[in-house]
Design a protein around this ligand. Structure first.
Ligand SMILES: [Ca+2]
Ligand SMILES: [Ca+2]
Length: 662
């Protein structure tokens, strides 16, 4: 009994709720009755625990169903209790999608994420308030930046489409014959043409004018038509007549309210509409159109002449490797990218946010920047990213920081490729790590785990001494870790304990701390589920994922409210081990070396920093195991599950873990 009290004391001293799944006896060994005195919570710099947060589905503070900056601000204490010292926010910019990876303006933030007046100005104020409030709690803010592509509705792309002489033409890859031309784009050097990654666009900006007439109706056969639909009815195409001066016209009797669009060659790829939504055409007033524009409205009664002028258009292709609504950005020759107008424009936008106070960036899809999805040039990407890092870091220093900007890249590949990106950047996500934790918890031998993880870190630091290895279990583009371990709570708990007791920089993905599951096969929204804050569902940003949630998961029992009240919850494991990490420098920023104890179900390692050394032991199987430990087991500082010490024999229950201070 005395020993059990000891454990309770040891865990309570970590300033967290005890993780109280222990059902067995505990014996700390000879003499281990003193409570360890934790060092003060440390500042952990770039290796600080980071939380990947989806702005749209994290916390909705104003009841419109979409997450917002004020919602995040109101949950900073929740995040701090997890030991989180940095937030990676999903893209904050205006967008045409819920997930926001198609940026329409890199210089502003999404008005949907504002509270009160839904304007970009208020959104920027709310964002600034969040940054300031986070900093006051020692939490850094990283923005998600997308260098590979903009959104199709970005003004850069729209101007490039409508104006052949626009400077923005060079911000993208435009070609009438990409199969032949792609070799002439310096940035695509070393890649091959992929037909599916080039999308067709008709460019130009014809003008439409509608006037009253008494002339007879036309029956045209030109290569332009007007797609017309009476309000509430199916539409039909009406062909234009070629005019003498290169214009086109048609004469039509109209009576009522109509919607209309204009098309070249009867193709929706050649669609022209209004520059903005809800534009009505009025008599005798020319309206300039734009490619892929919005529906136009007209109400009238009589016979009308509809005239298209300035119809010089081009049929062009543009590169959009992920989607036709994500046109790839073009930085020219990567060796000269710092002088490229598009690069400078994007960097100037990042400068704005660095000056506002952000601490770092997460860079999206970096493998595909120089090239597309199926053919890309890693070496060119690395050169470009090095220039991007240096450019942003200059600004970061110029605004008064003594340390370097933090930047982590998504170079989604195996370790052998991913590690090469450290030539350009200080941190990348180590995707192989999450797979290894998953496989180990699903029954594979734990024998190679420590060598692999320590190897990732040493490979990165071999490239550069300031390397930070970014570890995570799963992210918004993958099946949830919970699904990867068959929704097994013990495995989910231990995955958190493994992540938070190892080297590098741990990233917790929104909902992992609550045991969320979800697979992409049901749609990406199912792996991006909003946080259920209380049992009643208040502040749950379901509209942020267009209400596509798994109702069987999002039950009151999985809510933050329920898990905070339950000492055995997954949330409390994350809180306990997250705080532990920030209490021991050996965990927060130490180095990992293998500890040779136990059998193939044991992953054991030392974390060392200065004179502090911790022995971390995880039994990743679901059965009990006992083994001899020659190191001291006198000072346990954390436990998960069932842990028994008798002399020099340690017995761990299934998915049980323990940390001893040496
Ligand atoms: Ca909201
Ligand atoms: Ca690209």
């Amino acid at each position: 009994m005395k020993r059990i009290l000891f454990w309770a004391a040891a865990i309570l001293c970590l300033a967290c709720q005890p993780e109280n799944t222990d059902t067995g006896s505990t014996d700390s060994g000879s003499g281990g009755g003193s409570t360890p005195t934790p060092t003060p919570v440390i500042a952990t710099g770039d290796v600080a625990t980071t939380y990947q947060l989806l702005i749209y589905s994290f916390a909705d503070s104003d009841g419109d169903g979409v997450g917002d900056f004020k919602g995040i601000q109101s949950k900073l204490d929740y995040l701090a209790a997890l030991g989180v010292k940095a937030l990676w926010l999903s893209p904050a910019h205006p967008t045409s999608s819920y997930h926001a990876y198609d940026v329409n303006d890199y210089y502003s933030v999404n008005p949907l994420y504002a509270v009160g007046e839904k304007t970009t100005a208020k959104a920027e104020q709310d964002f600034k308030d969040l940054i300031d409030a986070a900093h006051a709690k020692g939490i850094k803010i990283y923005m998600d930046y997308i260098l590979n592509h903009s959104g199709k509705n970005n003004a850069w792309f729209q101007e490039a489409l409508s104006n052949p002489s626009s400077k923005y033409r060079d911000y993208y890859f435009f070609s009438a014959k990409p199969s032949a031309d792609y070799k002439n784009f310096p940035m695509l050097k070393g890649t091959s043409y992929q037909s599916g990654e080039w999308k067709q666009a008709v460019t130009g900006s014809p003008t439409v004018t509608i006037t009253s007439t008494t002339d007879p109706e036309t029956s045209g056969n030109a290569n332009w038509d007007m797609w017309l639909w009476p309000s509430g009815s199916e539409g039909s195409a009406i062909k234009f007549v070629s005019g003498a001066d290169g214009s086109y016209y048609l004469i039509k009797e109209l009576n009522g309210s109509y919607g209309m669009l204009f098309r070249k060659d009867g193709s929706w790829d050649g669609k022209f509409g209004a520059k903005e939504k809800n534009i009505s055409l009025t008599l005798d007033t020319p309206l300039e159109l734009k490619a892929d524009g919005e529906d136009i409205w007209f109400t009238g009664s009589g016979r009308y002449r509809i005239t298209l002028t300035n119809v010089s258009t081009e049929t062009l292709y543009y590169m959009g490797c992920f989607s036709d609504w994500m046109p790839d950005l073009n930085y020219g020759d990567v060796n000269q990218a710092q002088n490229n107008a598009c690069f400078q424009d994007l960097a100037a936008s990042a400068d704005k946010w660095i000056r506002l106070g952000i601490d770092g960036l997460r860079l999206d899809a970096v493998k595909h920047i120089c090239g597309g999805i199926n053919s890309y040039n890693n070496a060119s990407n690395i050169i470009l990213l090095g220039k991007w890092y240096n450019r942003c870091n200059e600004t970061f220093k110029a605004v008064g920081h003594s340390d370097n900007i933090f930047m982590v890249a998504e170079a989604w590949d195996g370790h052998s490729v991913e590690k090469t990106y450290y030539k350009g950047l200080t941190s990348c996500f180590e995707f192989d790590y999450g797979y290894k934790v998953r496989d180990m918890l699903n029954g594979k031998s734990a024998s190679g785990f420590v060598d692999a993880v320590a190897g990732y870190v040493s490979d990165h630091t071999a490239v550069r001494s300031d390397a930070v290895t970014s570890f995570f279990l799963s992210n918004h583009d993958q099946d949830r870790f919970g699904s990867n371990v068959s929704k097994n709570k013990a495995r989910m708990k231990q995955a958190g304990a493994i992540l938070l007791s190892g080297p590098g920089k741990p990233f917790i993905y929104q909902g992992e701390e609550l045991g969320y599951w979800g697979t992409k096969g049901n749609g990406d929204e199912w792996v991006r589920t909003p946080i259920l804050w209380d049992k009643a569902g208040n502040e749950c940003a379901k509209k942020g994922v267009e209400n596509k949630v798994d109702a069987t998961m999002l039950q009151p029992s999985i809510s933050v409210e329920a898990q905070q009240a339950d000492e055995s919850s997954i949330l409390n494991v994350y809180k306990t081990w997250g705080s532990l990490r920030n209490t021991y420098p050996a965990l927060a920023s130490g180095s990992m070396t293998k500890a040779s104890v136990g059998g193939t179900s044991i992953a054991a390692w030392y974390m060392t920093s200065g004179t502090q050394r911790l022995l971390v032991i995880h039994n990743v199987s679901d059965g009990n195991t006992s083994f001899t430990v020659s190191d001291s087991m006198d000072k346990p500082v954390a436990r998960l599950g069932t842990v028994t010490v008798k002399g020099n024999v340690l017995t761990l229950g299934g998915n049980s873990s323990v940390v001893f201070e040496q």
